[in-house]
Design a protein around this ligand. Structure first.
Ligand code: FAD
Length: 514
């Protein structure tokens, strides 16, 4: 071969212009690597999903007439890292040219750029042809070390890419239907939750390989992986979402329940793995949802489809832009100076706080939790308790099926922990037990009393919430959106405040056994 082309595990984009021509002189390399299984400790389903999807992609490429080298851990275990493997392949196959697609992760982009500089052969980096916003233009939309709100960014992209637009105006006359998208689930709603579409992809051999090579993972292994690993499965899941979930997507987007076997998925698309591995393009997902909304009698209203478009065209493109404009500094931000260790029960789900037990338990079981569980249950606890952002990042980066740093880090450090000091969020998303009780049915089966503040069985979130407000009062004083909670805190009697803070200190002292 003359040219070696590298395909990373999250670059499974069959529509990439690379594949328009078949060239016997081009060898495609796709490889399982210890570097990738070990850069953080991953949920076992996440490793299986990537490896199974890579295997299927390699087979499909080969079927389409390309020359493909698919290497498993058995073949690459001796390679120190990706550059070592690439050097080995370039030599073995006498390649004179190396090409790769721009990685979405800073870590890999740095590594490959450094390798390309050092190689004796020529090399080229091209676009991954996935996102709507061109990489080169990110700086026109966001600025380094500056607050940029998602809403303005999103409206620009709506206009530019003409989604849900009526001339220069948003369809329906409003940009934002968030206020209609915050319902909790009644008993009847819970009964009606759809059974999620699951796949059963055999990954027993991958599990064996992980064991044989001593790869350390966590979470529940599934020999029949329920996640989509081929383009066809991903499209099936997209269809299922549009037909079954989209009619209620927005309405129950923020809801949580423990009272249904389908509670973990609700009306969410569960397309994040397929999107992040690039089995699906964001455009085709957006187009499918909009087409469904345009079809008569599907029960999909504008608030539902707008809520979904906002996630993909808005949030997903936005966090990618914020990541790239702010790396590597972003990864070191700790604006609230949070230092506490992550409680060990984040890795087991063994806590008496029912909301956390539910959210962590299902994360370990399915490698999935929906946005509000991530933001307002696990994220909120870590924020209130002042957990070290490095530890929180490591947990999120490991546990979720869709966790890749470019999207995990801004969501965790920015949205959930406010560790960027407000580049992403206009205020810390801090909440007491009251919020959890309003959006879920977790509290009624909890060991702790959601209405309690200071007694021994009072919901820990309640005192932690005020402790958070109190310890960051100076910083929050400058934030308009925090004025009310601050005032509410300062208005309370001094002895009551002292009791609350004492209870919070007790909670923090016993954080490992809550
Ligand atoms: P749906 O609710 O069906 O939404 C549709 C799609 O919109 C998602 O598949 C996703 O591609 C996109 N989307 C929605 N919200 C966001 C968001 N905030 N940022 C970027 N894209 C979004 N998402 C990841 O893909 N990988 C992560 O590692 C990740 N880590 C997160 C960590 C924290 C602390 C928080 C609060 C959120 C995180 N998210 C992450 C965002 C979001 O929670 C997930 O994208 C979503 O839950 C995936 O499930 P779904 O496909 O069913 O999403």
């Amino acid at each position: 071969a003359r040219t070696l082309r590298l395909i990373l595990g999250d670059q499974l984009n069959a529509a990439h212009s690379w594949y328009r021509q078949r060239d016997p002189d081009t060898l495609y390399l796709i490889a399982e690597l210890r570097q990738e299984t070990d850069y953080t400790r991953h949920h076992v389903q996440k490793v299986c999903a990537f490896f199974a999807a890579m295997r299927a992609f390699a087979a499909a490429l080969e079927q389409a007439g390309h020359r493909v080298l698919h290497l498993t851990l058995d073949a690459t275990a001796d390679c120190a890292d990706l550059p070592a493997l690439l050097r080995q392949c370039l030599e073995r196959y006498h390649c004179r040219h190396f090409e790769y697609q721009r990685p979405d992760e800073y870590r890999l982009a740095q590594q490959l750029a450094a390798l390309a500089r050092d190689l004796e052969v020529t090399s080229a980096c091209c676009d991954s042809e996935h996102f709507l916003l061109p990489f080169e233009e990110l700086g026109d939309y966001v600025k380094p070390a500056k607050s940029v709100r998602m809403e303005g960014f999103y409206r620009k992209l709506r206009r530019r890419f003409r989604y849900l637009m009526d001339g220069e105006e948003p369809v329906g006359g409003r940009w934002n239907y968030d206020s209609e998208n915050r319902e909790s689930l009644s008993a009847q709603d819970i009964q009606a939750l759809p059974e999620p579409l699951l796949f059963s992809n055999p990954v027993g051999d991958i599990l064996e390989r992980l064991a044989a090579h001593g790869v350390e993972t966590f979470g529940r292994p599934e020999a029949q992986l329920p996640w989509p690993v081929t383009r066809e499965q991903a499209r099936q899941l997209l269809r299922f979402f549009c037909e079954t979930c989209l009619p209620h997507f927005g309405t129950f987007q923020d809801a949580m329940t423990a009272q249904s076997p389908h509670a973990w998925s609700l009306y969410h698309s569960r397309l994040s793995f397929a999107l992040n591995a690039k089995l699906l393009s964001p455009r085709e997902v957006l187009d499918a949802a909009v087409a469904r909304w345009q079809t008569p009698d599907t029960g999909v209203g504008i608030s539902q489809v707008e809520g979904f478009v906002r996630q993909i065209l808005g949030w997903r493109e936005y966090v990618r832009a914020m990541y790239w404009i702010n790396m590597p500094d972003y990864a070191a931000r700790n604006a609230l100076d949070a230092q506490r260790a992550l409680p060990a029960w984040f890795w087991t789900g063994e806590t008496r706080m029912n909301c956390l037990r539910q959210a962590i338990g299902q994360s370990l079981q399915y490698a999935y939790a929906h946005h509000i569980q991530r933001l307002m249950i696990t994220g909120n606890f870590a924020l209130l308790a002042g957990i070290d952002p490095d530890a929180v990042d490591a947990w999120y980066l490991g546990v979720y099926i869709d966790a890749i740093e470019w999207v995990e880090l801004p969501n965790t450090r920015g949205m959930a922990l406010f560790a960027d000091g407000g580049w992403i969020a206009s205020k810390p998303y801090a909440a007491s037990g009251n919020y959890v009780n309003r959006m879920s049915d977790y509290c009624r089966d909890c060991h702790y009393a959601v209405r309690g503040k200071t007694q021994a069985d009072a919901c820990p979130l309640n005192s932690l919430y005020w402790h958070f407000i109190d310890r960051h009062a100076a910083r929050l004083a400058g934030n308009q959106r925090m004025a009310l909670p601050l005032k509410n805190w300062q208005r309370q009697a001094a002895d009551e405040r002292e009791r609350i803070l004492r209870r919070a200190e007790d909670v923090l002292a016993s954080i490992e056994v809550l």
